[in-house]
Design a protein. Sequence first.
Lengths: 257, 203
Amino acid sequence: MALKRIMPALLFDGRALVKTVRFKDPRYIGDPINAIKIYNEKEVDELVMLDIRATPERRPPNFDMIRECASECFMPFSYGGGVRTVDDFGRLYKLGVEKVIVNTLCLTAPEIVREATRQYGGTSVVASVDYKKRLLGGFQVHSTAGAKTKRGLVDHCRFLAEELGVGELLLYSVERDGTWSGYDLPTITEIGRAVSVPLIACGGAGSITDIRAVLEQTPANAAAIGSMAVYQKKGMGVLINFPRRDLILDEAVGEPA
Amino acid sequence: MIAIVDYDMGNVASVANMLKRVGVSDAILTREPEAIRRADKIILPGVGAFERGMRNLRDFGLIGVLNECALGRKVPVLGICLGMQLLASASDEGEGAGLGWIDAQAKRFEFASESPLKVPHMGWNYAIPTRANPLIPAAPRSRFYFVHAYHVACAHEEDVLATSEYGGAFACAVNRDNVYGVQFHPEKSHRFGRTLFEGFVSL
């Protein structure tokens, strides 16, 4: 059985790494290559990088930067942001990206995502789902780029896994982003019951306890960490860091460290 | 000099970087038969389909020189991922023979539809060595990053260098004489991968 994973989720704005709170107020963090070198030392299981401005600015992925990042990564590298064509997928894999992450594209041109999973295999494609509370209760799919879907959150997740064939879902809670308030355990559990693909939980990690909770108490196969991986502590300065894997994964999650 | 064979089967820059990281300054990415002939170690990486991998080796005119080095002059060779599967005699994934340096067949993982195990096997997993060897120590336990739908089934048990568990034990590393193959990606596996490359470099 593949082991559970803990990974930094880095946000890129086209020039530098940034960190948001509830998807707003991006704060400057630093240079991606420097950060990657530190995460190599910390032996993170995987690295997620999302260019959060590419699609809203109608900009293609920054291929040069991605090539540089991929070749510095001594761990699997997943990239998302600005992917629009099947060729974009192919080009990213060639640069050394292990998994391409798509979000808006699943809403605006699902046939391209389906074609990419057919050509490159579902395990090379991750769908990122940003979601937030609906005014009248429940959750809805959120798109920074303004794309819309009529499907509810769970139905959308099912659609991505079953109709588009993506191999993994990155579930990102908008309300918890940057808040250090813990993962959204109920929603992750609900989606885990509805789909059979692996889930990466994202949004809210504030402590080792939070990370253990999501890996122990929900079907999530992986925990992504934003603020905790780039700040010293809540409200404090930038510090690229990462919790020790062996302090989190042990018998408690069915995995001797 | 270490030759990393670049035969258009995926990105190989991270293999070169990992070698740099373990202090190798003379590794080259190449598809020139002459360069491969001069190498004192050869790495055959690769991601993708078996048949296309063999076709590319043939189209670049590399099969003769690879046979000469690996079988004739016993140059240490390390196959990675698809590179390991190409060491086998054949694969269920496609027509035609592999390099045949290891008597083995690449087979697809098959699980019942209700099984929680997915194909491909993707993610981190432990590699348990079958014997003392310079690439994968028994302790501390090594974990590596895998992405593969096919695994190599060896005809001779003594060719299995290490196993991993995925719906049963499978050979995640093979070795016969100077020929080594690993199913996982040591170049994406941190210090466990570094240790493996250090071991290979020191052969």
